[in-house]
Design a binder for this molecule. Structure first.
Ligand code: PMP
Length: 346
């Protein structure tokens, strides 16, 4: 059964681009891979120092399958400070990035043939993970220029088989912030139709326009027990190779993740605890300022493109360009048209 599901999802475009860049480099050429959702900037020194401290303290062994208790507590404290809501250590499993958090959460709440609403344009992994779980993705299109979905369109997509809705604000690929379909409205809908909300907020720290980037858990207290908040700490620290994410969910979802981890990855990475406990946030603020500046520079350049409307990117570090004018006769999968711009900070 799983073999059938695996064969029905496409291979990763990001992995294909990385391989193509490696092949080009081996052949003496150059292919610049802009597909990865990451910032290239030297990480904070507190991270390296913390990792060395962990090595010296002998923190090198297996931990609980959802992470060191002290790391879970540090994440719980961070989230409590950010949201103004109290979070317990037991509600927060640590994962090898947001992808693993999603892969814990999605199969954890779905039965075969359940339907899951996904707002499109979207990061293609959402639909692949739903298919891997044996469920069916149902797309609701969010349209230009805001790319914020209309609640009526979401409501129309709900059927008796709908089990969950995946939301992603700040959005990859469109950089839209969902402040026009307020998270409260999605929360109400989830309560009315008994849906799980899977809220991927891994770019939420990178909103620049003053748009309200409010976590679903702050916007709507009602569905807290039915909401799974996914995040990736390694994104905001520009250390995606260190694989450090977390999610927040009801006890039964955490228990499922614990079981799943124990049969798959065993334990998450232990190296960033020190930064979590003692980091002063200055690196995160500097990165935010630099990205904000780079975004402003690009938004001055992009209007020079002929026949390409300037995107209203509200955050993150890519721009969703509408190139349909050039592809009038070609069918393009709307979930694979994002472009990432990499910066050389030196
Ligand atoms: N969610 C979104 C919206 C993403 O764009 C990405 C990566 N590009 C991820 C999750 C997964 O990131 P990771 O597993 O590296 O944390």
């Amino acid at each position: 059964m799983l073999a059938q599901q695996i064969s029905s999802v496409p291979g990763s475009g990001t992995a294909a681009a990385r391989e193509a860049a490696e092949i080009a480099a081996e052949a003496g050429g150059q292919l610049i891979d802009l597909t990865g959702g990451q910032v290239i900037i030297e990480p904070p020194s507190s991270l390296a120092e913390g990792a060395i401290a962990a090595i010296n303290a002998g923190t090198n062994q297996y931990t609980d399958s959802i992470g060191l208790k002290s790391s879970c507590k540090a994440f719980a404290d961070k989230l409590s400070a950010q949201t103004g809501l109290g979070w317990n250590t037991e509600e927060i499993p640590i994962t090898a990035g947001a992808k693993q958090g999603l892969l814990d959460a999605i199969p954890g709440v779905l039965e075969p043939a359940d339907e899951v609403i996904i707002i499109r344009p979207c990061w293609p992994t959402f639909q692949s993970q739903v298919i891997l779980a044996g469920a069916k993705p149902v797309f609701v299109e969010a349209r230009s220029p805001t790319y914020v979905p209309e609640i009526i369109a979401i409501r129309t997509a709900v059927t008796p088989r709908t089990k969950a809705i995946i939301i992603n604000s700040l959005n990859n690929a469109t950089c839209a912030v969902s402040d026009q379909t307020p998270p409260q409205t999605i929360g109400d809908l989830a309560i009315n139709y008994l849906l799980w909300i899977v809220s991927d907020e891994c770019y939420s720290s990178l909103a620049f326009t003053g748009a309200r980037q409010e976590s679903i858990v702050m916007a709507h207290l009602g569905p807290r027990s039915g909401t799974i908040l996914i995040n990736a700490f390694h994104k905001e620290l520009a250390i995606t190779g260190w694989r450090q994410g977390y999610f927040v969910a009801a006890p039964e979802v955490v228990a499922a993740a614990k079981k799943l981890h124990s049969y798959t990855t065993s334990t998450p990475n232990v190296a960033i605890l020190d930064h979590l406990q003692f980091g002063d946030g200055s690196f995160e603020r500097t990165m935010h300022q630099r990205l904000s500046l780079a975004r402003k520079t690009d938004l001055r350049i992009l209007p020079g493109l002929v026949d390409v409307p300037t995107p209203s990117a509200e955050g993150s570090f890519f721009f969703y360009l509408n190139l349909s004018r050039f592809f009038a006769d070609v069918t393009v999968n709307p979930s694979v048209r994002s472009a990432t711009i990499a910066y050389d900070w030196s």
